[in-house]
Ligand binder design. Structure first.
Ligand code: BEZ
Ligand code: FE
Length: 302
């Protein structure tokens, strides 16, 4: 290994010039790219990547560790486990992409990170139905409306909901074919919806792989604040991917993937056993909770 200037010490001008020349050559290598957008992305990526290597004076050993990290992320990734999305999430790159692509529009509900646990073709439930399908947890009555930014009700909006059970596991983590704690329903003619879910509880993102090791190395927790995922779509409206969070959760300001926004923190009102439920459901000696979430969709092309 050769000598290099250590971080913090000034880099001599001739050395700076040698390094800048490498960057120039790499940027120029994209000049012939026929796709202008790909050219822009690759030039910017190379520009920032080179700046990072030079900024921290990356050693060859550190470079090799980075390559090893990415190799391990690749090896642990399959159809059920996506370590690269987790990496993007814990680096805040997922939330930054959400921010760039979902500019605030009037009072439209804010978007947040999608996460790796959405599954296509969830079961449909009717209004007032129960999406838990036997998953463990305290029942939670969820109700609200779907409107556009003018306040007009959006009937027939498809509302996808998914969440972890009370032990912090999604059905895709059970290791069998069960479908629990996820469903979709449609808003009614007045744009309203109501269903039973589970009171959300905090859980860790999968942290038994390289991303978990990275979080441990930098002294960060893998825990996510308690939340319930929503994806809401309707003709002529921007599809909304979001969650609602539980007011009072102590993890709200340290969510592992930076997904919390104040506007998405809701009151999940605890209901002791014996309090009548809105639909007359008999919950015996179980406590339950209730929350209201009024969803405002931005127009499709906003
Ligand atoms: C989730 O909320 O399901 C999630 C989001 C990002 C990473 C891991 C899990
Ligand atoms: Fe989640």
């Amino acid at each position: 290994m050769s000598e290099s200037t250590s971080p913090g010490t000034p880099v001599p001008a001739t050395q700076q010039e040698r390094e800048a020349e490498v960057t120039r050559q790499v940027l120029a290598s994209f000049d012939g790219c026929a796709d202008p957008r790909l050219r822009e992305i690759m030039r910017s990526l190379a520009h920032h990547l080179h700046a990072f290597v030079r900024d921290v004076r990356l050693t060859e050993e550190e470079w090799a560790r980075g390559i090893d990290f990415l190799t391990r992320a690749g090896h642990i990734t399959d159809e059920r486990r996506q370590e690269f999305i987790l990496l993007s999430d814990v680096l805040g790159a997922s939330m930054q992409t959400v921010a760039v692509n979902n500019e605030a529009y009037d009072d439209a509900t804010e978007a947040t990170v999608f996460g790796p646990f959405f599954v296509e073709n969830s079961p449909e439930i009717t209004q007032g139905g129960d999406l838990s399908f036997g998953a463990a947890g305290e029942p939670c009555w969820v109700e609200g409306s779907v409107t556009d930014v003018t306040g007009k009700p959006v009937a027939g909006a498809r509302i996808e909901v998914w969440e972890a059970d009370e032990d912090g596991f999604y059905d895709t983590q059970y290791g069998d074919d069960r479908t629990t704690a996820r469903a979709h329903l449609f808003s009614d003619a007045d744009g309203r919806y109501r269903f039973w879910a589970l009171t959300p509880t905090p859980y860790p993102i999968p942290h038994d792989g390289p991303v978990g090791a990275l979080l441990a190395a930098v002294g960060r927790s893998p825990m996510r604040a308690s939340h319930l995922h929503f994806m809401v779509s309707a003709p002529a409206q921007r599809t909304l991917v979001t969650h609602i969070f539980v007011r009072g959760d102590e993890l709200l300001d340290q969510d592992a993937v930076f997904g919390v926004k104040e506007s998405l923190v809701k009151d999940f009102l605890p209901q002791p056993a014996g309090i009548p439920t809105p639909d007359g459901r008999d919950l015996g000696d179980r406590s339950w909770s209730r929350v209201r979430f009024d969803i405002v969709l931005a127009p499709e092309d906003s």
